[in-house]
Design a binder for this molecule. Sequence first.
Ligand code: HEM
Ligand SMILES: *[C@@H]1O[C@H](CO)[C@@H](O)[C@H](O)[C@H]1NC(C)=O
Ligand SMILES: *[C@@H]1O[C@H](CO)[C@@H](O)[C@H](O)[C@H]1NC(C)=O
Ligand SMILES: *[C@@H]1O[C@H](CO)[C@@H](O)[C@H](O)[C@H]1NC(C)=O
Ligand SMILES: *[C@@H]1O[C@H](CO)[C@@H](O)[C@H](O)[C@H]1NC(C)=O
Length: 328
Amino acid sequence: MSLLHHLILYLTLLTVVRGDILRPRFYSKTCPEAESIVRSEMKKAMMREARSVASVMRLQFHDCFVNGCDASVLLDDTPNMLGEKLALSNINSLRSFEVVDDIKEALEKACPGTVSCADIVIMASRDAVALTGGPDWEVKLGRKDSLTASQKDSDDIMPSPRANATYLIDLFQRFNLSVKDMVALSGSHSIGQARCFSIMFRLYNQSGSGKPDPALEPGYRTKLDKLCPLSVDQNVTGDLDATPHVFDNMYFKDLVSGRGFLNSDQTLYTTPETREYVKMFSEDQGEFFKAFQEGMVKMGDLQSGKPGEIRSNCRVANRRPVDALLES
Ligand code: HEM
Ligand SMILES: *[C@@H]1O[C@H](CO)[C@@H](O)[C@H](O)[C@H]1NC(C)=O
Ligand SMILES: *[C@@H]1O[C@H](CO)[C@@H](O)[C@H](O)[C@H]1NC(C)=O
Ligand SMILES: *[C@@H]1O[C@H](CO)[C@@H](O)[C@H](O)[C@H]1NC(C)=O
Ligand SMILES: *[C@@H]1O[C@H](CO)[C@@H](O)[C@H](O)[C@H]1NC(C)=O
């Protein structure tokens, strides 16, 4: 075997040894109702508040990019750990944690100590898409929950709404996600809302110019100016696309017509490296759905390789990290 083959084998073994092996229907014996319980809790949450399923889907991104999909994002702060909930991209923004709590409670009733919070996030995110008219797909399961969280890592990694396409291409590349994956995954903004806080600079001072982002279609800009005047309570929210309760390719159509809500969204159309994908997805919803599922599965494969557990409460670790080390 060539050196390269040895290297590849070694890297493969390394990921297998250090990570959990994920596979479809992981709970088919230990908790056969797991996936249907998650789906039905998500349906209930959606009936209570349509936006909540989008908010839950966002958790997958914010969990998986920070030390792998290990439910670290769900941990509350403790006296000796600053969690991720108050990180820059999450504070006053991530929401619907109570939906995850409800799912966990239902699962603990059916099969105590069996289904990880990390897997709940993955199943629930898939369900958010399926329940709002998007594609449905099989998820790989078998993740463990982290014992810790890192506010600093979240601050360092999670992208700002000001980010441009070039920056986002590089960021996603670090997680082995292609340009196409990145554009498709941004299509998650087909559902949900964002705060005025996330677009004020764009409306009034893009890149320090003292002017609005020229990529904004004028009619849409007028609408956003009304939603978010300079004096606004910046917690006021607006829709991320024209059909915020339906998972469809409207988001991409909006980008083509200069009606992207976030700067990070609109830049996908103004930048040559990403524009063709935006165009393609705006014209072919099937291509978008296919690429989106692939991207979600790839993102769901990210793992930290650190010791894990099955938490009994998604907000609190059962074990301390030091105990985990002593056991291993
Ligand atoms: C490509 C880089 C991305 C950036 C810069 C970004 C940024 C943002 C921002 C700034 C918000 C609104 C936050 C607020 O104002 O409170 C938001 C909302 C949202 N993001 Fe992203 N995001 C990105 C990718 C993703 C991905 C990959 C997903 C999921 C797969 C996702 C899912 C969502 C959802 C569903 C919402 C709406 C949540 C709600 O209504 O509560 N985003 N994103
Ligand atoms: C994109 O953002 C990066 C860093 O945030 C910046 O250095 C770069 O100049 C920007 N690129 C463009 C084309 O605006
Ligand atoms: C990306 O892929 C390379 C090569 O397969 C691997 O070594 C690396 O760990 C991967 N990175 C992530 C974040 O998964
Ligand atoms: C716009 O941004 C620039 C650079 O960040 C800053 O120097 C300037 O004071 C800002 N202008 C306004 C009106 O906020
Ligand atoms: C949004 O509301 C939170 C909690 O009520 C408050 O602490 C924060 O300052 C507000 N944020 C903005 C940008 O107005």
